[in-house]
Design a protein around this ligand. Structure first.
Ligand SMILES: *Cc1c(COP(=O)(O)O)cnc(C)c1O
Length: 238
């Protein structure tokens, strides 16, 4: 049961960081990043009370959901295990996988183009609720990082707000990886400033290494994998 213990420890650290920042208890959503981990790990976290989960690839999650027997969004299934679990897509989304993603994820953190936003809106037709989305902002200079450039965020936000089946909830970012959480802080601060300008409520920022700094800078969603599930095995990139 190390997952339950890890979860409790992470939650305690979140609350300490919130207190330090003078923010209300419980004002951060913990997304447990289960990518690369088997369904059994998800079940264990769920049994320990965890409800928000993050995955970064549509195909990997699709395989996992089969084993977890999760229904598609809008599909009626009287009862299923993992009821009430909320699935967040935190990895880059290709337009050609938008339709599938919109049926298996309840929140998309990685909208980075008007084209993708329009596609998500299109495939949402017939669904009663708007799909909550965040804009992924590329604040780091690293060429490999995905996300929209800061100069383009406002324009993309306007486009998303014109789409009737999406709900722009906020922003997400991933600073360059560093051992030292203090190096992430300027990126978190920057994201908060952009969010304030846009008037969006959610800031998805902070991972195992830097979630406390992110909370001090205003994160409302932290995405934590390693500290909950353990070290990931290296995986091949598609
Ligand atoms: C893998 C991943 C995480 C979790 O990273 P950890 O360092 O294991 O906590 C968070 N966000 C994104 C976008 C990821 O891909």
């Amino acid at each position: 049961m190390f997952i339950a213990e890890n979860l409790a420890a992470v939650k305690a650290r979140i609350e300490v960081a919130l207190r330090r920042a003078g923010r209300p208890a419980g004002s951060v959503t913990l997304v447990a990043v289960s990518k690369t981990f088997p369904p059994a790990a998800v079940r264990e976290a769920y049994a320990a009370g965890q409800r928000h989960f993050g995955e970064n690839r549509v195909q990997e999650f699709d395989a996992k959901r089969k084993e977890l027997e999760l229904p598609d969004t809008g599909e009626s299934k009287a009862r299923y295990s993992l009821e009430g679990a909320v699935w967040h897509l935190i990895g880059h989304l290709q337009t050609n996988k938008a339709a599938r993603a919109s049926r298996i994820f309840q929140v998309i953190h990685t909208v980075d183009s008007a084209r993708l936003a329009r596609r998500l809106n299109e495939v949402r037709a017939g669904h009663p609720d708007r799909l909550p989305v965040l804009i992924e902002v590329k604040l780091s200079e690293e060429p490999a990082k995905t996300g929209v450039e800061e100069s383009q965020v406002e324009k993309l936000a306007e486009e998303i707000r014109r789409l009737e089946r999406l709900e722009l909830r906020g922003l997400m970012t991933m600073p360059p990886w560093s051992e030292d959480p203090e190096r992430s802080r300027p990126y978190f601060r920057r994201l908060r400033e952009i969010g304030q300008r846009l008037g969006t409520p959610e800031l998805s920022m902070g991972m195992t290494n830097d979630f406390e700094a992110a909370i001090e800078e205003g994160a409302t969603i932290v995405r934590v994998g390693t500290a909950i599930f353990g070290k990931r095995k290296p995986v091949a990139i598609e």
